[in-house]
Design a protein around this ligand. Structure first.
Ligand code: KIV
Length: 279
């Protein structure tokens, strides 16, 4: 069902049921206005820990905290009515074990109203995913390139080429068996993404994966051209709003310096021209 035809946000089970059907549309969001813009167009919106890099200027997602996720999650929730909200578990909030993961996932959901959490990891996270799902927390998994592991992966490299393909396939099977309702495949070769999509029973959400995935996700600041520190190959720029914003700011600065702004229509007379007019 298209987002505009819906009256309420889909649940994790609704997303799971989209396996093999029409593509699932998703983007990240971190603020209320941006969430409002995408609400009618996305099936789910991810409050991604990419917020640390795109809005807070951090060098990676490792410095993102529970407090940051909760604050941005609450902001996004205010902008959504039709799309489901999924929220990322930040680095260090779930890796110790299932109990720690449950405590923090429950807090994220209770304090933001998110319908599900996302966490990074495959085989090594299967027990944690099983534990959360059994206790009422829908989990979206994230495998392939997992940015929170950038220091052990040795950079933001494609994952699953050649012999590594079996490892990524095992991760996909493990998270599906553990009860995840969907799985993000980040930066994996197209043929492997297609194989995983054909084999696992849950929807695959691609980012740098394949058009054959059950859905796609992009970081909104990347696709709108606001985040320009670097551009991954998998990002398609649908607009260049960063450049437009900078041009507008430069025009404003020039007009202030030449006293062209504010003009007559932006300032107030001593007396209102008539009583009903806005002053
Ligand atoms: O944090 C994020 O934005 C993500 C997406 C890239 C999937 O995890």
């Amino acid at each position: 069902m298209s987002a505009t035809a819906r009256k309420t946000a889909p649940s994790a089970e609704d997303i799971r049921a989209r396996k093999g059907k029409t593509p699932i549309v998703s983007l990240t969001a971190y603020t209320t206005p941006m969430a409002r813009l995408m609400d009618a167009h996305c099936d789910f919106v991810l409050v991604g820990d990419s917020v640390g890099m795109v809005l807070h200027g951090l060098p990676s997602t490792l410095g993102v905290t529970m407090e940051m996720m909760i604050l941005h999650g609450q902001a996004v929730a205010r902008g959504l009515q039709l799309a489901m909200m999924v929220i990322d578990m930040p680095f260090g909030s779930y890796e110790e074990g299932p109990q720690q993961a449950f405590r923090n996932a429950a807090r994220l959901m209770a304090e933001t109203g998110a319908g599900a959490v996302k966490l990074e990891g495959g085989v090594e996270m299967a027990d944690t995913i099983r534990f959360l799902v059994a206790r009422g927390i829908p989990v979206m998994a994230h495998i392939g390139l997992t940015p929170q592991s950038v220091n052990t992966l040795g950079g933001y490299k494609v994952q699953g080429r050649d012999k590594q393909a079996a490892t990524v396939m095992a991760d996909a099977r493990a998270v599906a068996d553990a009860g995840a309702f969907s799985v993000v495949l980040e930066k994996v070769p197209q043929s492997l993404a297609d194989q995983i999509t054909a084999e696992v029973v849950i929807p695959t959400i691609g980012i740098g994966a394949s058009a054959g995935c059950d859905g796609q996700i992009l970081v909104v600041d990347d696709m709108l051209g606001f985040f320009t520190a670097f551009k991954a190959k998998f990002v398609k720029r649908y607009a260049d709003l960063g450049a437009e914003a900078e041009a507008a700011i430069a025009t404003y600065a020039a007009e202030v310096r030449t006293r062209a702004f504010p003009a007559a229509e932006h300032v107030f007379a001593d007396q209102s021209p008539n009583k009903s007019a806005k002053t």
